[in-house]
Design a protein around this ligand. Structure first.
Ligand SMILES: *[C@@H]1O[C@H](CO)[C@@H](O)[C@H](O)[C@H]1NC(C)=O
Ligand SMILES: *[C@@H]1O[C@H](CO)[C@@H](O)[C@H](O)[C@H]1NC(C)=O
Length: 338
């Protein structure tokens, strides 16, 4: 078990980016560690998550989606509902059964900065921008994502506001190719450079993998062919690509909030290859999760879909867990032992 843990952590440290596809693959595209002992809901002994003195997002967070490419209204509704579920209005909160998306965010709120300010409890859905015609083309480099953010905040009509609490979420449709998408990443977060955008703004990119690599980026709603005998889980909002994106969006928002300038909470020695609070828990969605096992999920009795948290408007979502700094393992509101 320990050897497996070391192995997984080494594999993790080598990947350059904020999000590592799950299940992890080695150079030959084969699964590492499948069928080996279960990975423990994250291992505490090898994880040295450290605070590096930088800020966390302690003020109310406003998420500004930037829809790049063609986005059907229903897909937008699902993603908006997820963001709105992170801190629902008081009038909506009572109607949401446990375990909830807001309870999932509580683990992220445990992270503080050197002024003892916690990650904000408030996450609001802000203004949105649409670039359906893909003004930067259908192939984007990582740096191009910053240009997409610049276009949105400098647009002549209805530019996105530049506010100190803003987080800019670039969402690309299935026909958009982004550098390293599928091969290494399903999404990433960083901050914009003043030389490109005019400001330092935390942002994230998440791609819809439906056409290119759902088995990597929309796992477990699609399963790699080399994993024998596993059936994909049914997606709770009926959309493999978008339901897969929800977990990646959750992952990126958790890391943006706890490490917005890449100088707050991460493990590992190298800030350009940080292992952040959600990286540590990829592929873990419930009690017992680890290796190729998702952990205990809930089942929607009507649709048969798998989920682990409830949100606004009767929505259900499946989101990976995040690292809990007190327990020193991954946790989520659907844990069976709480
Ligand atoms: C990848 O993993 C498979 C299965 O464990 C193994 O057979 C193969 O040699 C590994 N390839 C590399 C490049 O490590
Ligand atoms: C803020 O963070 C501290 C330290 O992790 C924790 O003890 C406290 O419960 C957090 N507060 C909230 C409201 O989450």
């Amino acid at each position: 078990m320990h050897r497996l843990a070391v192995c997984l952590l080494l594999a993790l440290a080598q990947l350059a980016v904020a999000w590592r596809p799950w299940p992890p693959r080695n150079g030959s595209g084969e699964l590492e560690g499948i069928g080996a002992s279960k990975k423990f809901e994250g291992s505490s002994e090898f994880v040295k998550l450290q605070y590096h003195m930088g800020p966390v997002l302690a003020a109310d967070i406003t998420v500004h989606p930037i829809w790049y490419g063609r986005w059907p209204a229903e897909q937008k509704r699902t993603i908006r509902a997820f963001v709105r579920s992170l801190s629902p209005a008081a009038s909506e909160e009572g109607a949401i059964p446990s375990p909830s998306v807001a309870a999932w965010w509580r683990t992220v709120r445990l992270y503080t900065d050197q002024t003892s300010a916690n990650v904000s409890a408030v996450v609001k859905l802000g203004q949105e921008k649409t670039d359906a015609r893909m003004s930067r083309g259908a192939r984007l480099t990582r740096l191009d994502i910053q240009s997409v953010v610049r276009d949105a905040v400098t647009a002549r009509t209805r530019p996105l506001p530049v506010d100190s609490s803003g987080v800019y979420l670039v969402l690309t449709s299935p026909d958009v190719v982004v550098e390293n998408f599928c091969a290494q990443v399903c999404g990433f977060h960083y901050f914009t450079f003043p030389s490109v955008v005019g400001y330092t703004l935390p942002y994230a990119w998440v791609g819809n993998s439906a056409r290119r690599c759902p088995e990597v980026c929309a796992y477990p709603f699609a399963i790699p062919s080399y994993v024998a005998g596993r059936k994909p889980e049914a997606p709770p909002n009926g959309d493999v690509g978008v339901d897969g994106m929800v977990s990646v969006i959750a992952h990126e928002l958790a890391e943006l909030a706890s490490n917005p300038l890449a100088n707050a909470w991460y493990a590992g020695e190298d800030p350009s290859f940080p292992t952040e609070i959600a990286d540590l828990c990829e592929g873990i969605y419930g009690t017992g999760g680890g290796g190729a096992y998702t952990g205990q999920l809930l089942t929607d009795v009507r649709s048969g879909a798998s989920y682990n948290v409830n949100g606004v408007g009767g929505r259900k979502f499946l989101v990976q867990w995040v690292w809990n700094p007190f327990l020193s393992y991954c946790s989520g509101p659907n844990a069976l032992d709480q």
